[in-house]
Design a protein around this ligand. Structure first.
Ligand code: FE2
Length: 324
């Protein structure tokens, strides 16, 4: 039998059924027995007021045991901390099968990204960077996980999902392209890829989330995000200058039609070129109301046939090989 109870009445031994949407709570599983106060704390910190318990599977619900603490109005700091902790736990959990582990890493990365975007301070970027290092190390050391991460098709367009998709794709691509060059700081590079669109925190949400194609004026505003993100990372000084270039240059194109500086060819840093290939690919395979959603193969075909002069040819060819 299931009962809805206030979070303040939840206690150890109770079996909870949480909403199935992964964003709705900070745990890997939707149903489980509460075994620690820390789990209850996480639910409270996540802004959850009530939970459904299954009394046939856990301790019988028998009334209030603690006063409900109202969730703080601004729980974004906690949200990010919770997401970072969860991500670290999944990264360390070698017993979880690779497909589930990859999906959990993706989910928690998106949640962590969301927490950061709410308020991107230097302190938060520093914490974010530490956690991304774990993802980068895993992509470099565990082929099963890196292959599974590439197979995740979370293509409902959302700025946070897009940032994680591009982060994962670009790290995987950088691993292949830069593997013979050990002078590259892959941790800083990974953080730069994940944060490539961070400048969008300054763009009006109505433009970011507009379901239709942007008009010229809105595009003009949107084109400011690389420089704004670069400025933010310069001010917070949490990632290397080369990695900040990822943020500034990921919309530059080899043939000079990109923005903000209309750079050409070799004037675009290799990090920016890697990110632009991953960014274009994810935009093509993402679901948006105003454009067809392409399958990965068709996106690669279109990039080859119609966009090759925009992209660095060798970087693109290496990118295609990731999908063998
Ligand atoms: Fe962008």
């Amino acid at each position: 039998m299931k009962k809805k109870i206030p979070i303040g009445e939840l206690k150890l031994g109770m079996y909870v059924n949480l909403p199935s949407a992964w964003r709705a709570h900070p745990f890997l599983r939707n149903s489980f027995t509460i075994t620690s106060e820390k789990q209850i704390r996480k639910l409270i910190d996540h802004g959850i007021h009530h939970v459904i318990i299954d009394v046939s599977q856990g301790t019988q619900h028998d009334g209030p045991i603690r006063k409900t603490k109202e969730p703080e109005k601004d729980f974004t700091r906690d949200l990010q901390t919770v997401a970072s902790e969860n991500l670290k736990e999944v990264i360390a959990d070698k017993k979880m099968p690779p497909p589930q582990r990859a999906q959990a890493i993706h989910n928690h990365s998106v949640n962590m990204m969301k927490g950061l975007w709410e308020n991107p301070t230097g302190e938060k970027i520093s914490e974010f960077k530490k956690t991304v290092c774990g993802v980068v190390d895993l992509v470099f050391s565990d082929n099963a996980i890196s292959n599974q991460l590439l197979k995740i098709t979370s293509y409902d367009y959302d700025t946070y999902i897009h940032s994680v998709n591009v982060g994962v794709l670009a790290i995987s691509l950088a691993r292949e392209i830069l593997k013979k060059h050990d002078q590259h700081d892959m941790h800083a590079l990974g953080a730069g890829f994940f944060l490539h669109d961070i400048g969008k925190v300054y763009i009006d949400e109505a433009i970011i989330n507009k379901p239709e194609k942007l008009n010229e004026q809105e595009m003009g505003i949107m084109r400011r995000h690389p420089a704004m993100g670069f400025k933010l990372l310069n001010e917070t000084r949490q990632i290397s200058i080369e990695s900040r270039l990822i943020v500034l240059q990921h919309h530059e194109r080899d043939n000079g039609i990109g923005y903000p500086r209309k750079l050409r060819g070799e004037d675009i840093h290799i990090y920016g070129r890697i990110c632009s290939v991953a960014d274009v690919f994810d935009a093509l395979v993402s679901k948006r109301p105003y454009k067809p959603q392409l399958k990965p193969f068709d996106a690669l075909k279109l990039m080859k046939e119609e966009m090759l002069d925009h992209l660095h040819k060798e970087v693109f060819e290496q990118f295609v090989l990731l999908f063998r």
